[in-house]
Design a protein around this ligand. Structure first.
Ligand SMILES: [Zn+2]
Length: 305
């Protein structure tokens, strides 16, 4: 199912294209600081699958690092811009489509924050292959898509994203839009100070660390839902269909902790959840989508934050 964009102009100015750069992983795997909220929609699924720890900042296993090393030459930013603005590019190229989604997210949130009298600036959208250095440490693509608050960039390895979608049944172009919108949601949490507050609360109440993480993640899902509605209302946005929403809801469920745990180990252990269950993730995305209002995304209420 495609995404219907109101226009097909793509602004590649916010892209930090690191593909084909060939940074190797210096043997350490991931050293992302800060823990849970830093990390993307699907990171813990891999940790769970591969049996790495509990979602702290311990080293994550590498998954086939190096196997998909880019052989192509790096595209210049002008070439990227030309390719993404050619006829049919949004149907043909995943990267161009995601840049378009990112552009729309930027204008919707710029608008929305402006209406609320809040300061806003865009994150960067980084594409990389295999591994890259970030403001949150060195990351390999096996962590899945993630947002780093220290450098305010959303990191995506497109080959890996593709693989994840195949493996976890979160397929479709709007499923990708949801993943990007979720990461964008973490940027909003960074701008709003929610991220920092949540880290402090985690330090004060280590026994509730995972509950706080779940609340942060569900709020990012809710923001992704709000974005869907705002993008639909936006002039140069998208023409949202029921099929799009169904795709996002399915993707939100696919990356629920219970689903992932069950797939990985056959068991479900609620105490170790960091992102929320399939039902919770779908519910919060839907809350955001139905209301179109970030004030309805109070996932921290029950925790008194
Ligand atoms: Zn997240």
């Amino acid at each position: 199912m495609g995404i219907e964009f109101d226009d097909d102009r793509v602004d590649t100015g916010g892209v930090d294209d690191r593909r084909g750069g060939g940074i190797g992983l210096g043997g350490g795997g991931l050293a992302l600081g800060g823990g849970a909220g830093v990390i993307g929609v699907v990171i813990y699924l891999l940790v769970a699958v591969l049996g790495g720890g509990d979602g702290g900042s311990s080293g994550f296993p590498q998954l086939g690092a190096g196997s998909a090393n880019s052989t192509g030459q790096q595209e210049s930013s002008q070439e990227l811009n030309d390719r993404c603005n050619a006829d049919g590019a949004l149907d043909k190229y995943t990267d161009c489509r995601l840049i378009k989604v990112y552009d729309i997210a930027d204008s919707t949130w710029d608008d929305e924050f402006g209406k609320r009298g809040l300061d806003y600036h865009a994150p960067k959208l980084a594409f990389f292959d295999n591994a890259t250095n970030t403001g949150c440490g060195q990351a390999s693509s096996s962590v899945g898509p993630f947002y780093c608050p220290a450098d305010e960039e959303i990191y995506l390895d497109l080959n890996f994203l593709d693989q994840l979608q195949k493996d976890y049944g979160a397929q479709g172009t709007f499923a990708q839009a949801y993943i990007l919108a979720h990461e964008y949601g973490h940027h909003l949490q960074n701008l709003l100070g929610t991220e920092a507050q949540m880290r402090q609360a985690q330090q004060k109440n280590p026994d509730k660390e995972n509950e706080y993480s779940v609340a942060l993640e569900l709020q990012a899902d809710c923001y992704a839902g709000v974005w869907s509605t705002l993008a639909d209302q936006q002039k140069s946005g998208i023409d949202l269909t029921k099929g799009n929403i169904a795709e996002a809801q399915k993707a939100a469920q696919a990356v629920g902790d219970d689903r992932i745990q069950k797939k990985a180990t056959g068991k479900v252990d609620q105490d170790s959840w960091t992102h929320g269950s399939a039902a919770q993730r779908k519910e919060w995305f839907t809350t955001g989508y139905s209301s179109g209002d970030i004030d309805q995304c109070d996932t921290f209420g029950a925790l008194g934050l």
